[in-house]
Design a protein around this ligand. Structure first.
Ligand SMILES: CC(C)(COP(=O)(O)OP(=O)(O)OC[C@H]1O[C@@H](n2cnc3c(N)ncnc32)[C@H](O)[C@@H]1OP(=O)(O)O)[C@@H](O)C(=O)NCCC(=O)NCCS
Length: 195
């Protein structure tokens, strides 16, 4: 199934939507983030110490991908993910595993996290993972990050299940299963973000 593209994100003024572009991550996006956005991130933010220039190269490894969302002021969102993973709740189901997400604070749009996840869901829909997503909420994000992923409609994986081969389950894994994907897409559509 082909889902519509992400074309807009609600304006942070609270009035209307602002047009955005989504593209495969380019070095220029990473470089712009590291030089113009990263220096102003609050120190405690999980991504304050990430170098997107380095993550750009991670995204070029086999089965890894990256994307950037750009608005009027330039780069506003970045993501790196593994296009060849599976759900923890049902390892027979393929999924895209989201490694890194960054949303620009205090900019023209609000809802960048949803826009990033939607764009990954859309790609997962095109390449056989049916839009399913798995991710681990960075411990540096504390309880706030858990609340944020729940607000987006992701389901928290039971801490009783085994984790991934190289990442034990500490109770901070989240998933978007096939049924949750439908709701997530509908909600994103309802907000007028899709073309
Ligand atoms: C994680 C991140 C990419 C999410 O992007 P975002 O643009 O903040 O997310 P959204 O605005 O789309 O918000 C997601 C939802 O959570 C809600 N939310 C946002 N901050 C929240 C908070 N502190 N507490 C509770 N809910 C919150 C939003 O209201 C929104 O719900 P809504 O769609 O019903 O309005 C962004 O916060 C970020 O870059 N964080 C720092 C880096 C990081 O932690 N990366 C992830 C590592 S796993």
């Amino acid at each position: 199934m082909k889902l519509p593209e992400l074309v807009a994100i609600p304006a942070s003024s609270g009035e209307g939507l602002a047009a955005v572009d989504v593209r495969a991550l380019e070095f220029a996006d990473a470089d712009e983030w590291d030089t113009r956005v990263r220096p102003s991130l609050p120190r405690g933010r999980p991504d304050a110490g990430w170098s997107w220039r380095q993550l750009f190269f991670l995204a070029r490894l086999p089965f890894r991908r990256g994307l950037a969302i750009r608005a009027a002021e330039g780069v506003v969102g970045l993501a790196v993910y593994n296009a060849s993973s599976h759900l923890l709740t049902d390892p027979r189901h393929s999924a895209f595993y989201v490694w890194y997400l960054s949303a620009r604070p205090e900019c023209s749009v609000k809802g960048i996290g949803r826009g990033l996840l939607y764009s990954i869901v859309r790609e997962g829909m095109l390449s056989g993972a049916m839009g399913r997503i798995s991710l681990h909420a960075d411990p540096a994000g504390g309880d706030e990050l858990l609340t944020l992923y729940r607000a987006l409609g992701l389901a928290q994986v039971s801490a009783e299940l085994p984790g991934y081969k190289r990442q034990p389950n500490d109770g901070r894994f989240f998933e978007l299963s096939s049924t949750a994907v439908e709701r997530f897409v509908e909600e994103t559509q309802r907000r007028g973000m899709l073309g």
